[in-house]
Design a protein around this ligand. Structure first.
Ligand SMILES: [Zn+2]
Length: 424
């Protein structure tokens, strides 16, 4: 890539120094502070760092960190990749990611849904991968509709090639103003936010929805088509289709995913990643072996051990995320649930009432976290037996040695991770 102007070089170097200092003093991985320092010195730094690279933006309510990681792993087949691996998904994190790999020809950036228009404008990204939109913490359907509307405006009139999940009506609507769209039938488990047509507010009719979300085992998306009853808005014909364990590419070739990452949500992430990298000239045959090397993402799906108890850590930040975690959790194993309500989690835990916990009936359930009483009430109302624990430690002690699943929301997950070391 061409040389950065002197001021941008300096801003980028000082930002990296700040990040190193932040890491050295134990204040996290430093990517946000480093980027902030850089942007303070050179407000146009992100634009300059993105110039002359092939930039991919990845946005969604759930799965963006994992999909960013999968796309990054695959693109390494073609060359160096700069990426925000730790989920620092706002412009300061993007500056830090691009500064740390200045010569990489590719940039793969996870982007907070709200920041997508701004980051698209600044980076001039050629590829945008959009997966799902659902209520997150306190958000409700009206807010995510506004987000989708902002995506529409941001994409309108731009040359970006969008890779979008056509099984999510709101994502479809958000993506459909783009000049070019590759549609991926990647499935949609959480449907509570898409009963209405985003175009006219009329009811959406679905076909073949009965096979989705039943029980904790493998689920099949048999026929995911949908259409508005009152206007012409309907599911576009997909170019790529996720079909159980396989992905079918636009030429009809079927690829067995065989990922190490568990669950249907990760197969959906992989389908999106394959379609995205093909837009950059990398076919599924070359990309798949690299996707299969990914075993955990920022501590998610990691297995850690203490005193003979083997814990698998699952992160779940919102109602749709809980359904994904239930799909991955093993029904034969005991499960620890930990819920906090600090800033990053959202202080309001009313979302607990959006999740159907009855799927946990029959397995030993241990409840902990700062908001364990909120969760306990929710489980009691759902008729799910559980044991209340003052601390994660107490839950562990109560369990016999063996395998255990853990589902935690954001800060609860980070606390458990910190206790077991920051395994990635
Ligand atoms: Zn409609």
């Amino acid at each position: 890539m061409s040389q950065l102007p002197l001021r941008a070089q300096l801003a980028s170097a000082l930002g990296r120094t700040a990040a190193t200092l932040s890491r050295a003093t134990g204040r996290g991985d430093g990517s946000v502070i480093g980027g902030r320092v850089g942007l303070m010195l050179e407000p146009d730094l992100l634009r300059k760092l993105a110039a002359d690279r092939e930039v991919v933006l990845v946005s969604a309510t759930n799965g963006k960190t994992t999909t960013t990681r999968l796309i990054t792993s695959a693109l390494q087949e073609l060359g160096g990749v700069a990426t925000n691996a730790y989920g620092a998904n706002m412009p300061a994190g993007h500056v830090s990611a691009l500064s740390s790999a200045k010569d990489a020809p590719y940039g793969v950036l996870e982007v907070d849904e709200k920041y997508l228009p701004e980051v698209l404008d600044t980076t001039g990204a050629g590829i945008v991968c959009l997966m799902n939109l659902s209520r997150d913490q306190m958000d409700r359907a009206a807010e995510i509709w506004l987000l989708a509307q902002k995506w529409r405006r941001a994409l309108d009139g731009r040359p970006a090639h969008v890779i979008a999940n056509c099984d999510d009506p709101l994502v479809t609507w958000g993506a459909s103003t783009a000049a070019r769209v590759t549609w991926v039938a990647a499935g949609q488990r959480w449907r509570e936010d898409s009963w209405c047509c985003p175009e006219c507010g009329g009811p959406l009719d679905r076909a073949g929805s009965g096979a989705i979300g039943q029980g904790g085992g493998v689920t099949q998306v048999t026929d995911a088509s949908w259409a508005c009853r009152e206007c012409t808005f309907h599911r576009p014909e997909p170019n790529w289709v996720l079909d159980g364990e396989d992905v079918v590419d636009p030429r009809g070739a079927r690829w067995r995913l065989d990922l190490q990452l568990p669950g249907q949500a990760n197969r959906a992430n992989a389908a999106m990643a394959l379609a995205t990298v093909e837009a950059l000239g990398l076919d599924a045959g070359r990309a798949l072996p690299r996707l299969r090397t990914v075993t955990s993402v920022a501590g998610r799906y990691t297995t850690v051990e203490r005193d003979g108890r083997v814990l698998r850590l699952l992160l779940s930040k919102n109602p749709a995320g809980w359904l994904e975690a239930f799909d991955v959790a093993d029904p034969a194993l005991p499960i620890i649930l930990s819920v906090n309500a600090q800033g990053p989690d959202g202080r309001d835990t009313s979302w607990l009432w959006d999740v159907d916990y009855r799927i946990l009936t029959g397995r030993p359930v241990y409840v902990t976290g700062e908001r364990r009483l909120d969760l306990a009430l929710r489980l009691a109302v759902a008729g799910v037996p559980f044991q209340l624990c003052e601390s994660f430690e107490q839950a562990l002690t109560a369990l016999r040695p063996g395998r255990i699943d853990v589902i935690a929301n954001y800060t609860a997950f980070q606390q458990i991770r910190a206790e077991f070391g920051r395994a990635v």
